[in-house]
Design a protein around this ligand. Structure first.
Ligand SMILES: CC(C)(COP(=O)(O)OP(=O)(O)OC[C@H]1O[C@@H](n2cnc3c(N)ncnc32)[C@H](O)[C@@H]1OP(=O)(O)O)[C@@H](O)C(=O)NCCC(=O)NCCS
Length: 264
């Protein structure tokens, strides 16, 4: 392809003058179907179109006279997609055949350590922890929950048995969401599902270690306000507790996580 002015300057003859339109969409595998949708919309509008698929962006060549109408058609297509309902999220119990995908997702989610804000450097500790939790006595199958979108596992949360004195409670974590899909409500959906399932299973309360800014929205408060101490006092208010419907109070002391937590 040559700019028309350049062809004129060199005295070259040509018979197709096209307008070059660049689609401002990152077109990797997630956008499979994009080219087809664009070609369909343009051919329905009887605009001929030559698609140049690039690594980051796709480009379209349309007859120059059709360019303004092509832009209108593309704007309509974009508006239709913006208004399309959000892709459905399904939450279900983890199946052992999901585990490789869950571990890969966890490695991605914790590649930057939430504790330090620095790259984990090698396999994040949460991956080894999760592997061990799957095989632990304290594993509770109904409380290892995956979020699935378009057949892909995009989030996971696990809660395992822990104790304060003789009182069985739940220790929640790790929880992770595929980085490119974070901040779209998947983590919140996993949290709410865990709380619902825990209540339905007759659990008494859930502890976790995490940002109070995030978990307060689900009702978590510093565990110390209930007399439940963190295994490491340095965790302070990051060690949080959510009393469930059956919580009757009375259990005080230091929380004991499932055995694999002592490995990290
Ligand atoms: C934490 C995590 C599971 C949340 O899932 P998510 O799908 O991104 O969360 P949601 O979309 O439901 O909620 C997003 C909200 O939570 C907030 N949020 C997410 N992580 C947060 C954190 N660590 N501290 C404070 N706020 C946080 C976001 O700012 C956003 O707030 P807004 O609704 O006011 O914009 C996800 O971000 C993740 O996998 N992070 C990396 C691993 C991790 O940190 N796990 C938790 C360790 S305790």
């Amino acid at each position: 392809m040559l700019p028309r002015a350049e062809a004129d300057r060199q005295g070259l003859s040509y018979d197709f003058v096209g307008a070059w339109i660049t689609l401002q969409i990152h077109s990797d595998l997630e956008a499979v179907g994009l080219t087809a949708a664009v070609s369909r919309a343009l051919s329905e509008a009887r605009i001929s179109c030559n698609v140049l698929a690039g690594f980051h962006h796709d480009h379209l060549l349309v007859p120059v006279a059709d360019a303004p109408r092509a832009l209108e058609v593309l704007a309509e297509l974009a508006a239709r997609n913006r208004d399309a309902p959000a892709r459905e999220l399904m939450l279900r119990s983890e199946d052992p055949s999901d585990r490789e995908a869950i571990l890969a997702l966890t490695a991605e989610a914790f590649a930057i350590s939430p504790a330090t804000g620095l790259p984990a450097g090698g396999e994040p500790v949460e991956v080894g922890l999760l592997r061990a939790l799957f095989d632990a006595e304290e594993y509770l199958p109904h409380l290892s929950v995956v979020a699935v979108q378009d057949g892909e596992i995009v989030g996971h949360v696990i809660s395992t048995r822990g104790w304060v004195g003789d009182q069985g409670l739940l220790g929640l974590g790790p929880i992770g969401v595929t980085p490119r899909l974070q901040r779209q409500g998947i983590g919140s959906a996993l949290m709410r599902e865990t709380i619902d399932r825990a209540n339905a299973a007759g659990e008494h309360g859930i502890v976790l270690l995490g940002s109070p800014d995030y978990y307060a929205r689900f009702g978590f408060v510093p565990a110390s306000t209930f007399g439940i101490q963190a295994p490491d006092p340095a965790w302070g208010d990051y060690f949080q507790f959510l009393p469930l419907a059956l919580w009757s109070g009375g259990a005080h002391g230091t929380f004991r996580y499932a055995a694999p937590f002592s490995l990290i």
